[in-house]
Each structure stands twice: as structure tokens, then as C-alpha cells.
Design a protein around this ligand. Structure first.
Ligand SMILES: Nc1ncnc2c1ncn2[C@@H]1O[C@H](COP(=O)(O)OP(=O)(O)OP(=O)(O)O)[C@@H](O)[C@H]1O
Length: 254
């Protein structure tokens, strides 16, 4: 991993909300073409950190470079090369998915073929549906499609699988891996450790505005075991989620 090139560099990032210190000197790099996970408990500062990198939130101090561009001076250029998920409220209720994609493409000043974008996230059948008519998993997939409109170098996904069933989650993992395999760097936040373990090339654990560990999932687990850690209960070769997936299959179904 040492020959990897950093596409995001965060140096001593600090964010205060009044007296409250939400981010307290974070430093990390995201490498080109990896899936990088920010993990940590509620309120740890993950979203704040992401939004500062996305140029959507002011920092208190520190340096953030995105593909060599500085968030302080090059925010507009950064916006051109990143894909960010919109909050649900951003989707005009009376437009269908094709019309929404055309609207976003117009805002970015790019040409897209909406059906091709929908095919990437397996939503061709829903081309004429409105956002509010989609299931939770379909909404997430559509919102990921919107992040790809400007062919970004980096996509940011804030808890993309929260609230989804196991199949929808696994299908989203496949989709996110595909996005990475097509050359895009992915930065993701999640509370699901199985997701981080399966999906992320490297993860950073954030707690109370600080990074307390950063490595590949494999290395972090090996370090823990090397320290003498043992699970109390013997681990079975499968878990209840495996039973669910085996009973119900892995096909897209919402
Ligand atoms: N606009 C704001 N004004 C004041 N405090 C804020 C603001 N935004 C976030 N905070 C506080 O900063 C801390 C970090 O919030 P943040 O949303 O970054 O956490 P998070 O790690 O993304 O949490 P979660 O996992 O719950 O999404 C929290 O204590 C939160 O209450």
C-alpha cells in the first residue's frame, strides 16, 4: 500500500461549534481508487469531517486537499470532481427519475443518458416513477446514481445502507465495489462493521473528533488478536444473516 497516491489529504482538521469541539485535530489520507471507511459512534464527527472535505461546511482550522485542490481556495473546482448524495428533501416530488436526472445533469452542465444512469443502479423499470414511490433500497440506489452524473473522481456516501434489508445492503455493496472498480475513489461512513469489513480497503475509527485507529480491516483484526483477544463464544461457520440470504436469495427484489 506504500506506493499508493493520496487523493484526499486531511491535516490537523479542527471544527468547533461554539464551545463544542466536534473535530479535534484529524489527519488522514484517502488513496486513489480505494474504498475508505469512516467508522465511529453517533456524534463522533464523521459527517462534519465529510462535509468539510465536500466544501459544504466551514472548518475552524487545518488543511484539506482534494486531488491537489485546497478547500479554502478551490471549492468550486472541488465540487466539479466529487459526487455527493443529496438529502431526500432535494428531490422534487413531481418529477420522475428520468426528469430528475436530466435536471441534475443540467445543473452540472453535463449531458447524460438517463436510462444509462438508471441501468448502472438497476432502476430501468422505475424510469417513470417518482422518488417518493421508491422503496428504501431503490431510493439509495437512485441517490447513488445522482452522485455519478458528473463522472466524479471521488464519491462520498454517508451511511448509504442504513435501514436496508440484508439483500438490499449486499446489492449496494456490489454496486459500490463496481463504482470503485470503474476507477472512482469512494469515501463511506457506516455503523455496520460487517459492511466495513467486507467493503472497505481501509477504515479509520473516529471517536470524539479524533482518529483512534486507521488501517485495513484485516490488519486491525490481526492486531487485536495478536494482543491476546479472544471471542467469548465459539463462532459458528454461519450466522442468522446467512440463513436469511439462503432462504430468500440475493436477487434485487424491492
Ligand atoms: N451545525 C451544528 N451545530 C452544532 N453542533 C453540531 C452541528 N453539527 C453537528 N454538531 C455536533 O457535532 C458532533 C459531531 O456531529 P456529526 O454529525 O459530525 O457526527 P457523526 O459522527 O456523523 O454522527 P452520526 O453517526 O450520528 O451521523 C455532534 O455532537 C453534533 O451534535
Amino acid at each position: 500500500m506504500t506506493d499508493k497516491k493520496a487523493i484526499i489529504s486531511v491535516n490537523n482538521l479542527v471544527k468547533h461549534y461554539g464551545e463544542f469541539k466536534a473535530v479535534q485535530g484529524l489527519s488522514f489520507e484517502v488513496y486513489e481508487n480505494e474504498i475508505f471507511g469512516l467508522l465511529g459512534p453517533n456524534g463522533a464527527g464523521k459527517t462534519t469531517t465529510l462535509e468539510i472535505i465536500e466544501t459544504l461546511r466551514e472548518k475552524t482550522s487545518g488543511e484539506v486537499l482534494v486531488d491537489g485542490l485546497n478547500v479554502d481556495s478551490d471549492a468550486n473546482a472541488i465540487k466539479q470532481i466529487i459526487g455527493v448524495q443529496l438529502q431526500a428533501a432535494g428531490y422534487y416530488p413531481n418529477l420522475n427519475l428520468v426528469e430528475l436526472l436530466e435536471l441534475f445533469a443540467g445543473l452540472y452542465g453535463v449531458n447524460v443518458t438517463p436510462m444509462e444512469m438508471l441501468a448502472k443502479v438497476n432502476l430501468q423499470d422505475k424510469a417513470k416513477a417518482k422518488y417518493k414511490e421508491l422503496s428504501g433500497g431503490q431510493k439509495q440506489r437512485f441517490s447513488i446514481a445522482t452522485t455519478l452524473i458528473n463522472s466524479p473522481k471521488i464519491v462520498f456516501l454517508d451511511e448509504p445502507t442504513t435501514g436496508l434489508d440484508p439483500q438490499a445492503r449486499r446489492n449496494l455493496w456490489d454496486l459500490i465495489s463496481e463504482i470503485r472498480n470503474n476507477g472512482t475513489t469512494v469515501v463511506i461512513t457506516t455503523h455496520y462493521m460487517d459492511e466495513a469489513e467486507q467493503l472497505c480497503d481501509r477504515v479509520a475509527f473516529v471517536e470524539a473528533g479524533k482518529i483512534i485507529a486507521l488501517d485495513t480491516p484485516d490488519q486491525l483484526i490481526d492486531n487485536l488478536i495478536a494482543g491476546g483477544f479472544e471471542r467469548k463464544k465459539e463462532v459458528k461457520a454461519a450466522n442468522l444473516e446467512d440463513v436469511f440470504i439462503n432462504l430468500t436469495g440475493k436477487a434485487w427484489r424491492e
